[in-house]
Design a protein around this ligand. Structure first.
Ligand SMILES: O=C(O)CCC(=O)C(=O)O
Ligand SMILES: [Fe+2]
Length: 345
């Protein structure tokens, strides 16, 4: 489940990446030193330093909420969901998304989550999120999984043996391969849980009336290459023309049925240089945006022409990511059966 207005989110900042969450409320002295004698008569002045952080937080919360509300009201363009209709290649997608928002409960969850995501977007990219429009087609999450979980997923990514690119810059592995190579059940359980959580986060942030299914799970490893891009600018469910004004149908075998994409990065901070994820230029989203991959950072977006993206060259190290694609087509679901041999229930 999503951690609404997670307090630990407030510990991050800046374009350059993310620093560790810091607690907002300092532990009280009494907690740290149980043997310390209580002060006999504390004056109200004495109390102030202890209560200030809590008061500051209580005062700041409504101000932040009002600021986010104001940012949303300022935006006067078309409904964010309609914007996707105009651009997305699947015509039924937006009607379904709008219908799903009509339920007051879904709407409340959606807007609360959107306010939180607006804050996260700002912290990660340094750009105000176009007063909300942008967030209906792309968003980022920070601290989505722990360092330990990143390590487990990196270990699974090491199983990769499917060479896919010129110069062997990219290798990837999938669930079938992991099962056939007897990856540990505990590790697979972490993979399963992570991808289910990613699905939930994507479904909540960019909704639709029908359920979202996992279409394909790819654990990728990218190493230094000879080109400027490790993965050139592209869209995931159609083929972008060079001037990016058109997006053509992809061949039958892949992947026009994909509606959502999500990438979760797995490298600890000093492990790699380069390999930045790039959202290509979109004026209402703050122009070209670079997201520096880091353990627990997730970038997610709708898979059509509205989200051209790519990966810059890796300079050092092996860049590892969990890439997921999602579909609304039940027949494309990655697992038709939960009791696939070896796959944790
Ligand atoms: O690894 C990434 O950051 C993006 C990869 C990607 O866009 C893709 O595989 O389609
Ligand atoms: Fe992609």
């Amino acid at each position: 489940m999503i951690d609404w207005f997670s307090v630990k989110d407030l510990g991050y900042s800046s374009k350059k990446g993310l620093r560790k969450a810091k607690p907002l409320l300092a532990p009280s002295t009494a907690d740290n030193h149980p043997d310390e004698k209580p002060v006999a008569q504390e004056t109200s002045k004495d109390k102030q330093p202890h209560s200030l952080p809590r008061n500051a937080f209580l005062l700041a919360a409504p101000v932040v909420l009002l600021a986010l509300l104001f940012a949303n009201l300022q935006y006067s363009g078309p409904s964010p969901l309609r914007t996707i209709t105009a651009l997305n290649t699947a015509p039924s997608f937006i009607a379904a998304a709008e219908a799903s928002i009509r339920s007051p409960v879904t709407a409340a969850k959606f807007y609360a989550n959107k306010a939180r995501l607006a804050w996260t977007w700002w912290k990660v990219t340094g750009v105000k999120p176009g007063a909300g429009q942008c967030l209906s087609k792309r968003f980022v999450e920070t601290d989505f999984i722990s360092l330990e979980e990143c390590d487990v997923l990196q270990k699974l990514a090491e199983f990769s043996r499917t060479h896919q690119n010129v110069g062997d810059e990219l290798t990837g592995t999938n669930i079938w391969e992991l099962l056939s190579l007897n990856a540990s059940r505990e590790d697979l359980a972490i993979l399963k849980r992570t991808r289910d959580r990613m699905r939930d986060a994507v479904e909540l942030a960019i909704p639709n009336e029908t359920p979202l299914y996992l279409d394909y799970t790819h654990l990728t490893s990218r190493t230094p290459g000879n080109f400027d891009y490790s993965h050139g600018i592209h869209a995931d469910n159609c083929r972008l023309s060079h001037d990016r004004t058109e997006c053509l149908e992809l061949p039958e075998n892949c992947c026009s049925w994909r509606s959502r994409s999500a990438l979760l990065y797995l490298n600890g901070e000093p492990e790699i240089s380069g390999g930045e994820f790039l959202f290509s230029d979109e004026p209402e989203c703050g122009g070209e945006l670079i997201v520096r991959p880091k353990c627990g950072l997730m970038a997610a977006f709708s898979s059509g022409r509205e989200n051209p993206h790519g990966v810059l060259k890796v300079h050092n190290g092996t860049r590892r990511a969990l890439a997921l694609w999602f579909t609304y087509d039940k027949n494309r679901k990655e697992y038709t059966s939960l009791d696939t041999p070896g796959w944790p229930n």
